[in-house]
Design a protein around this ligand. Structure first.
Ligand code: TRP
Length: 331
């Protein structure tokens, strides 16, 4: 029997999940479940590299896990768990930090951006963040890592660390590759379409929350910023309309060209209403499943406990191998 390739990915529970996370990542993760051995984790250890309110972090971590499930990550097919439930992540991160160079870590653009944004809290964890991320991936011998463009530099570093370790200590880690989904739609803000749709948008009309009720979703699309023309056409000087076309195409499975044809000669009002309705229809079952899950705490708990147990088995096999290779005395 041919072994399936392994996929690892995760999101930080540092805010609400949006339509951007859904179309850019989650929809892809769901599709990959049949073809690959998938592991999806809630990266709560990464989240504390910036200040978090403890009660909020705990609540949001749970919500993110339930949103993974509500979107269609199936615990029968994929391993779902909280990063902090498998201590091997922290343990391998230490070993890898002794195999990562200050110089390469200081070149990470995310570190530079975040140190500017959180100038009062440039902690050591923010600096070694990519080492923990390398540990997440290498622990499970992942072949492929679905990530957005902003994480490609971290995957490249993970590959460098893995290659360096393998070279030094003998073959230990699978060297992972980034997986860029075909339909990896980049969703922009509905209010300022030159920026990525983000949960930290000060204007809530800019983003669609995964669990927004249908009428709220439709209202947000009706208010979406477009331009002073009236032609439904994708073009660089029409970022608002282009974004709406991208969203419509991603949700319906049509191409942008097909969508353009469908709305040819129609005004923005009709177009925006149709996009809103399509998104609302796509997210309605997600919200329904979420509400069911929120009522079934026992089941959710069973899922993440079982997930952590399965993950730990794989993780400690790798960590044992690493400890042997580097010369730690067996216990
Ligand atoms: N850094 C990723 C992000 O912010 C989250 C993450 C942490 C991750 N560990 C990972 C993604 C391992 C993929 C694989 O999006």
């Amino acid at each position: 029997m041919e072994e399936k390739k392994r996929i690892f990915s995760g999101m930080q529970p540092s805010g609400e999940l949006t339509l951007g996370n859904y179309l850019g990542a989650l929809k892809n993760w769901i599709k990959l479940q049949d073809e690959y051995d998938c592991m999806y984790s809630v990266m709560n250890m990464h989240a504390i590299t910036v200040r978090q309110e403890p009660a909020e972090l705990r609540k949001r971590s749970m919500e993110v896990l339930m949103q993974y499930m509500a979107c269609g990550i199936d615990p029968e097919k994929s391993i779902l768990f909280f990063q902090s439930h498998v201590p091997a992540h922290a343990e391998l991160a230490w070993v890898l930090s002794c195999n990562a160079q200050m110089g390469e870590l200081s070149r990470m653009t995310q570190f530079k951006d975040k140190s500017k944004k959180h100038a009062d809290n440039i902690n050591a964890g923010l600096f070694t963040y990519p080492v923990l991320m390398a540990a997440d991936i290498l622990l499970y011998q992942a072949d492929l890592v679905p990530v957005g463009n902003d994480q490609l530099q971290h995957i490249e570093l993970t590959r460098d660390i893995a290659n360096r370790f393998n070279h030094h200590y003998g073959d230990t880690f699978t060297v992972p590759e980034p997986y860029i989904g075909k339909a990896g739609a980049r969703v922009m803000s509905l209010q300022s379409p030159e920026n990525k749709m983000s949960k930290s948008d000060p204007n809530p009309n800019g983003y669609v929350w995964l669990l927004d009720p249908e009428e709220v979703i439709i209202k947000k699309f009706k208010r979406a910023v477009t331009d002073s023309e009236s032609e439904v056409r994708a073009s660089e000087d029409k970022p608002g309309v282009t974004n709406l076309l991208t969203i419509y195409a991603a949700v319906t499975g049509k191409t942008v060209e097909e969508a353009e044809k469908e709305f040819a000669g129609q005004g923005y009002g009709t177009f925006k209403q149709a996009v809103g309705e399509a998104v609302a229809a796509e997210l309605a079952p997600v919200r329904k499943r979420y509400e069911e899950l929120a009522k079934d705490k026992a089941y959710v708990e069973e899922v993440y406990k079982k997930g952590a147990e399965t993950a730990a088995k794989i993780a400690y096999k790798t960590l044992g191998k690493v400890y042997r290779k580097i010369g730690f005395v067996a216990r």
